[in-house]
Ligand binder design. Structure first.
Ligand code: IPM
Ligand code: MG
Length: 365
């Protein structure tokens, strides 16, 4: 019954935020009576330095055998000049592909009075609560052919945006299922006025909709969706989109919540799951105890919800985060009247708040 979790701290601020998240993970598991076993594996630039590969076979193997993976972040200027397939990001992309983590869930909601930390006006962002579902193992990120080409006018480079119908179908099903658990509205984002891939995407969305008539489906072009997200984010419930559009829209959605340091994510496939913050490795603040670990902590909450089927633990973690934010802030979300704290201290505060919270009622299995 013990759940095996592989922890991949990665580069930059990864190790700092993951340290706080694993602390919260242990407290949460203890409260829920869930036996867990953690082990560490390397990924990213650090892994390249030690083994010559950004995703050593041993790490991939460990991830394959785990019930869930918790990842920090990868990348940094030190590795920016490496050959393309050795770069830290390739390690993460390969991990997503090898584990077939096709559905990436990125919820953007505002915690407590963080509404004033957004760069947008309070009346615009207040009440925002949306979920971006990003297809994660296809599209232009993985399409072939790719790489350098000779064009009629000299050297160039190319990537290919390609989706199979079944790939769109399975991400749509996730979209409708999640929309049903939320407010019953699904917005499919594409570029069907320009791209054939998107025309097919839209057709499959309509087709899958027939099996989910209780859900309201609408379509937006990605440029309009970007504008609408900033203009009136409350109109969105669940968004489903392809790999590249989802990458871009989820960063935009993150800023609605005040800081990209707040956005968790779950990457889910048929057999595996990986949890990681949406933010990157932030090398400029690495090792200075300035990072915001809340996105990683909230990713642990998503692990309880989606892998361990214990949404009540996710809710308890979210409540602890909301409580702590009422009084304490990391630099990225600091506001007048709040105590400025570092990565370690805010992590400890959340862990303590969770430990002190009422017991979490977990149904016996
Ligand atoms: C993300 C990141 C990654 C992506 C990078 C680090 C490869 O931006 O998870 O959104 O583009 O998917
Ligand atoms: Mg991104």
């Amino acid at each position: 019954m013990t759940k095996h979790i592989v922890v991949m701290p990665g580069d930059g601020i990864g190790p700092e935020v993951v340290a706080q998240a694993t602390q919260v993970l242990r407290v949460a598991a203890g409260k829920a009576g869930l036996p867990i076993a953690l082990s560490e594996a390397i990924i990213g630039g650090g892994a390249y330095d030690r083994t010559g590969s950004p995703l050593p076979e041993q790490s991939l193997d460990a991830a394959r055998k785990a019930d869930a993976v918790l990842l920090g972040a990868v990348g940094g200027p030190k590795w920016d000049t490496l050959a393309f397939n050795l770069r830290p990001e390739r390690g993460l992309l390969r991990l997503r592909a090898e584990l077939d983590l096709f559905a990436n869930l990125r919820p953007a909601a505002i915690y407590g009075d963080l509404v004033d930390a957004s760069t947008l006006k309070r009346e615009v962002v207040e009440g925002t609560d949306l979920m971006v579902i990003r297809e994660l193992t296809g599209g232009i990120y993985f399409g072939e052919p790719r790489g350098p080409v000779q064009t009629a006018h000299g050297a160039g480079a190319r990537n290919t945006m390609v989706y199979s119908e079944w790939e769109v179908e399975r991400i749509m099903r996730v979209g409708f299922d999640i929309a049903r658990k939320r407010r019953g509205r699904l917005c499919s984002v594409d570029k069907a006025n320009v791209l054939e891939v998107s025309v097919m995407w839209r057709r499959i969305a309509e087709q899958v909709h027939k099996a989910h008539p209780d859900i309201v489906l609408e379509h937006l072009y990605v440029d309009n969706a970007a504008m609408q997200l900033i203009r009136s984010p409350r109109q969105f419930d669940t968004i489903v989109t392809g790999n590249l559009f989802g990458d871009i829209l989820s960063d935009a959605a993150a800023m609605l919540t005040g800081s990209i340091g707040m956005l968790p994510s779950a990457s889910i496939g048929e057999r595996h799951a990986l949890y990681e913050p949406v933010h990157g490795s932030a090398p400029d603040i690495a090792g200075q105890d300035k990072a915001n670990p809340l996105a990683t902590i909230l990713s642990v909450g998503m692990m309880f919800r989606y892998t361990f089927n214990l949404p009540q633990v996710d809710e308890a973690i979210q409540a602890a985060v909301t409580d702590v934010l009422a009084t304490h802030r990391t630099p990225d979300i600091h506001a007048a009247g709040k105590t400025l704290v570092g990565c370690r201290e805010i992590g400890e505060l959340v862990a303590r708040r969770l430990a002190d919270a009422p017991p979490i009622a977990v149904p016996a299995v």
